[in-house]
Design a protein around this ligand. Structure first.
Ligand SMILES: Cc1cc2nc3c(=O)[nH]c(=O)nc-3n(C[C@H](O)[C@H](O)[C@H](O)COP(=O)(O)OP(=O)(O)OC[C@H]3O[C@@H](n4cnc5c(N)ncnc54)[C@H](O)[C@@H]3O)c2cc1C
Length: 363
């Protein structure tokens, strides 16, 4: 085992996705921070780079959180098709309806790189670096083990922030009794879309494929076909069945460009949310914070990153209770979304509500 680096950081942040980047940016002026992420979040975009599979849709709530931090959304992170229509295809009830949308359609990698570009240079941020583990040693410090440029290294930090997403290694290695949430696999396949005119974020309900939902999202010259499928089922066959149905309905899915997949959590009860303790805090999806109705995670990642940073700034030693208080609006929003779930996921109720609330689009 290599000797640890002699620097002692106040915080070690594992992950620089939206939650980790937000926390680092807000804490950087007050604490010494070491942060790592396995993605090449600072270099130019290249085709073989590890990316985070994601629809890249920014809801009105996520936009509000950015506004509350004094941020606008730079043009270069947006794709050409901005989506003013949300279409619902309900294969269970054989219905199609349109709604007005307020989503920003982003390039996920560029969005994440933009957030990372806001992290002040005082943060010792290592990208393309893999987190391997964490131990609390006799010196009372956390020793973070990671691999950078094929070399195993160790740095020391007083406290840890686990911002490493749905499959959080920090959570499951450090908290043996951490709650296990209903787990889905988000699969996305990108298809070439030659004529480019597909102006809707399309939500697909089909209970023979998933008890969650599937989606279509245009991204410049591509169309993403995605689905959140229960991870303990035959996900490949179910995704194949979804594509067959779309082909039968004349959706342009012919030339496959890329495939990706990533776990998605679905917090169904209060106990699924778990934010760690006063030494190791969890944030974003690692803490279970994501919308259980439509898997919108940006809102909860940005919001919990901000909630945690403000709590630490108020009381760096004893921040958990303040963090949980700061999280209340997001916690309540998850509870409310669970309460309203039958509107979307009970086939009979959905049939009537969707028809009643849809907007007419004259063409
Ligand atoms: C298919 C799919 C589509 C989605 N679409 C949307 C959408 O359109 N809109 C929306 O709002 N949300 C969407 N989500 C949810 C959203 O992507 C997440 O909830 C959100 O990114 C969570 O942010 P986070 O910072 O908590 O975690 P992540 O964004 O997952 O960031 C975690 C970071 O930790 C790093 N990391 C993890 N493990 C290690 C390790 N061992 N070593 C080094 N680095 C590590 C990862 O590289 C990553 O950068 C989607 C999710 C999926 C899977």
């Amino acid at each position: 085992m290599p000797d640890p680096d002699s620097t002692i950081y106040d915080f070690g942040i594992i992950g620089a996705g939206p939650s980790g980047a937000t926390a680092a940016t807000l804490l950087a002026d007050h604490f010494s921070i070491f942060q790592l992420d396995r993605r090449p979040l600072r270099s130019g975009k290249h085709p073989k780079a590890r990316t985070k599979p994601c629809g890249g849709l920014l809801t009105a709530d996520a936009q509000k959180i950015l506004t509350s931090m004094g941020r606008g959304i730079p043009k270069h992170v947006l794709v050409d098709d901005q989506l003013l229509i949300v279409k619902i295809i309900d294969f269970d009830n054989q219905q199609e309806n349109d709604f007005a949308g307020t989503l920003f359609n982003c390039d996920r990698e560029l969005f994440d790189r933009w957030l990372v570009s806001l992290i002040p240079p005082s943060v010792d941020l290592r990208t393309e670096t893999i987190f391997e583990g964490l131990t609390k040693e006799a010196d009372g410090l956390y020793h973070i083990k990671f691999k950078e440029n094929k070399q195993t290294k160790i740095v020391k930090a007083k406290k840890i922030i686990g911002a490493d997403g749905a499959a959080s290694r920090v959570k499951f290695r450090q908290f043996k009794t951490a709650p296990k949430l209903p787990k889905y696999i988000g699969i996305e396949e990108w298809f070439e879309m030659p004529d480019g005119n597909f102006p809707a974020f399309t939500i697909i309900f089909d209970s023979s494929i998933t008890d969650y939902y599937a989606w279509l999202i245009p991204k410049d010259e591509f169309l993403i076909v995605g689905a959140a499928l229960p991870s303990d089922t035959n996900t490949k066959e179910r995704f194949g069945a979804l594509k067959q149905k779309l082909i039968q309905h004349h959706y342009p899915i012919e030339k496959l460009v890329k495939k990706e997949g990533h776990p998605i959590l679905r917090p169904r009860q209060k106990e699924h949310l778990f934010t760690g303790d006063n030494e190791i805090a969890l944030v974003g999806e690692a803490a279970g914070y994501i919308c259980p109705a439509f898997a919108d995670g940006y809102t909860y990642a940005l919001g919990s990153g901000k909630a945690l940073a403000n709590a630490i700034l108020q009381n760096p030693k004893n921040f958990q209770s303040i963090y949980q208080k700061n999280l209340q609006p997001l916690t309540k929003s998850i509870r409310l979304k669970n309460f309203k779930m039958p509107i979307w996921y009970n086939v009979g109720i959905r049939k009537h509500i969707v028809k009643l609330t849809a907007v007419k689009i004259s063409k």
